[in-house]
Design a protein around this ligand. Structure first.
Ligand code: URP
Ligand code: ZN
Ligand code: ZN
Length: 473
């Protein structure tokens, strides 16, 4: 049966207008006026915006980290994502030195295939570059449609890669058509500062922030950007938290380098003082990079508005306060890094960004969906409302007021990073390939219904049909 969305205001990265949307076979088949027939299922979007489903380019679901595993997996994580208006996630597939890349990818397929309620794809972590890895990467791109590689410049002795690895990844990515993502912090300097802090008896969560100052993020961001220019390659800096890193991205872009930047909701609305909360509660707010002093927030908002930063990822990476975050009592270096953000990413950007006049409605769609789709080889099938696109659609009431709380969120984790925060605007219904996943704020999806998406190469639209295949593993 066809579905028709009526009475809503369609918002894309470019336009805002009233029209009907006809959905058939999981796709948008028509947009216009007076298109509905009496046999169509009518979805009334009166008073609501109709957005393309948001895309989260940065999640860690069911990921081992810091001696434990993230609390939210592909089931609870994607259910929460859907409630928040996200219809596609791209998760980081971790690799290990000396182990076949395909094994890591199979592990990630096994984690996700019966669980995801929305569509998903993977980025590939590069832990080393050698002849063996170089031989595997074209296969990863062609067979798996994984067209983005992640290099960690921090987490010494865990994930950190050296500059040669980063540089060779950049060169390889240029040759193969992939986008290189970096976690940009100087891991060696952090290692020195954390050892010194512990030796001085400074063990509380706040020292996580004090041993990773913004200069360390700025330095690594600038280094990655310079290497990108030298390699004539392409770079996406994940989780930008501070003005120091924004400056380096802007500088690189001014030189004509192909460098992009993502920030996350936590850096826009939380600050370093949260790490000082008593009774070890500061551990709930331990991210890398850390939350910054408050004045950085306005710098990030300005960068989103003026295009120096282009996307918002969640960096969803949740650990229970009780039993996981508290592994770091008495030693802040043992607090698992990360927090729950997947569900509120879109609402926070809408409420704090659009409602407060910091960004426009069309910028909001670009930042949460369209630009991400284009950068990561999903466009035009995802990331816009257009004839031929997947019917990944969010019906969003811009006036609902809500207080964020762990008591009402849909994640499995035992706290909310945004507890008590008031937001205006909420998804009411969410469709994925034309099927309701959330209908009138009730979950109606099914674990395992999400498709694994093969993505196009960097710079290519997903118009290239053999890159469009959606695999059911
Ligand atoms: O603290 C964070 N960001 N945890 C997730 C892993 C990462 O660095 O993105
Ligand atoms: Zn990171
Ligand atoms: Zn991350």
């Amino acid at each position: 049966m066809r579905k028709v969305i009526q009475n809503g205001v369609i918002v894309t990265a470019a336009d805002t207008y009233e029209a009907e949307i006809i959905i058939e076979g999981g796709k948008i088949v028509a947009i216009g006026t007076n298109l509905a027939t009496s046999s169509d299922e009518v979805i009334d979007a009166k008073g609501c915006y109709v957005f393309p489903g948001a895309i989260d380019p940065h999640t860690h679901l069911d990921m081992p980290f810091g001696g434990t595993v993230t609390k939210d997996d592909f089931e609870s994580g994607t259910i929460a994502a859907a409630f928040g208006g996200t219809t596609t996630v791209i998760d980081f597939c971790l690799t290990q030195k000396g182990k076949p890349i395909q094994d890591a990818i199979e592990t990630w397929h096994a984690k996700s295939k019966d669980k995801a309620v929305i569509d998903y794809s993977f980025h590939l972590m590069i832990s080393e570059i050698n002849e063996d890895v170089l031989a595997q990467l074209p296969v990863v791109i062609d067979n798996e449609g994984i067209t983005s590689f992640k290099v960690f410049m921090a987490y010494k002795n865990v994930f950190q890669a050296d500059d040669e690895t980063l540089f060779r990844t950049l060169i390889t990515a240029r040759e193969l058509g992939a986008l290189v993502m970096v976690h940009a912090e100087n891991g060696d300097v952090i290692d020195y500062l954390t050892k010194k802090a512990l030796a001085d008896g400074n063990t509380d969560p706040i020292y996580h922030a004090l041993t990773r100052p913004p200069e360390i993020e700025g330095e690594a961001t600038g280094r990655a950007a310079q290497l990108t220019g030298l390699a004539n390659s392409q770079l996406y800096v994940v989780h930008v938290s501070c003005g120091d890193a924004v400056e380096k991205i802007a500088e690189a872009r001014n030189k004509g380098f192909d460098v992009w930047g993502e920030t996350c909701p936590q850096y826009l609305v939380l600050d370093q003082t949260y790490l000082e909360k008593p009774n070890f509660e500061g551990a709930k707010y331990v991210w890398s990079p850390p939350l910054r002093e408050k004045h950085h927030q306005e710098l990030l908002w300005n960068a989103l508005r003026n295009g120096q930063l282009q996307t918002l990822g969640s960096d969803q990476c949740s650990f229970d306060f009780n039993g996981q975050k508290d592994l770091g009592r008495g030693d802040f270096t043992k607090i698992p890094n990360g927090g729950p953000t997947i569900e509120d990413r879109v609402s926070i950007l809408f409420s704090e960004g659009v409602k407060k006049g910091r960004i426009t409605l069309n910028q909001f769609v670009d930042i949460t969906s369209t630009r991400i789709s284009k950068l990561f080889g999903l466009f035009p099938h995802k990331g816009t409302i257009a004839v031929g696109a997947d019917a990944d659609i969010v019906i969003f009431d811009p006036n609902i007021e809500r207080v964020i709380s762990a008591s009402t969120h849909h994640l499995a984790v035992d706290y909310s990073a945004f507890e008590g925060m008031k937001v205006t605007g909420e998804p009411v219904s969410v469709l994925s390939r034309g099927e309701f996943v959330v209908k009138d704020k009730q979950f109606v999806g099914k674990p395992g219904r999400g498709h694994y998406i093969k993505r196009a190469k960097y710079g290519e639209l997903r118009g290239d049909q053999d890159q469009l295949e959606e695999l059911s593993y």
